[in-house]
Design a protein around this ligand. Structure first.
Ligand code: FES
Length: 208
């Protein structure tokens, strides 16, 4: 699976990214679907993911080979022999070595974290007063804690599970206000993405 010639664009015009990057995105999406729903028809899912991104495999053998590797689990990389795929995109990629357990890092518009080996990505702006959540911390329950007023987020669904303790310059108890913020943050959750390993990198992959 080492040459771009195994894939082609469906329509004329620019894909907006190198073909192999787009293919890798489709492979990641199909891998995630299969991991969540093991009965998934991987070939069909992969074809659909490719098609929705404007590319297709030139042969069914390529689809089957990729699907076999997805079913076998582990990392599935398309592209070069070293497993890299085009240029590293700093808006979606961080070196795995830079994200040890307990760490949270800024990756483009995402706060990406490692809670004891389990990786997560959520949108970076706190639903309260837009603090940068990539500067937050992971607490003992695995929640992401905002650096400004300590609102806590469930990183699996983006929900604020504890409201802020303060506002603007004030830090301290604000019971009614805290619940009010938590109420609207229930509706306005953080966006959540998947994080996949690709070689020595971790890559944020949007859901849906
Ligand atoms: S900005 Fe995050 S809790 Fe206030």
């Amino acid at each position: 699976m080492d040459t771009q010639s195994q894939f082609e664009t469906i329509h004329d015009g620019d894909l907006g990214a190198p073909v192999l990057d787009v293919v890798q995105e489709a492979v990641d999406a199909a891998s995630i679907t299969y991991a969540r729903t093991p009965g998934t028809d991987v070939e069909q899912t992969l074809r659909a993911e490719l098609r929705s991104r404007g590319v297709r495999a030139r042969s069914e053998a390529t689809v089957h080979a990729l699907a076999d590797r997805i079913r076998a689990g582990g990392e599935v990389s398309v592209g070069h022999h070293d497993g890299s795929v085009g240029l590293r995109d700093p808006d979606t990629t961080v070196a795995a070595a830079d994200l040890p357990p307990g760490a949270v890092r800024r990756v483009g518009s995402w706060a990406v974290g490692n809670r004891d080996g389990e990786l997560f990505a959520v949108s970076r702006r706190c639903r309260h007063q837009l603090a940068d959540l990539s500067e937050g911390t992971i607490d003992a329950d695995g929640c992401l804690v905002c650096p400004w007023h300590q609102a806590r987020y469930d990183v699996t669904n983006g929900e604020m599970v504890t409201g802020p303790r303060g506002f603007f310059g004030y830090h301290g108890p604000t019971p009614g206000y805290t619940e009010l913020v938590r109420g609207y943050a229930r509706v306005l959750r953080l966006r959540v993405a998947d994080v996949v390993r690709r070689g020595a990198d971790l890559v944020v992959v949007r859901r849906g």
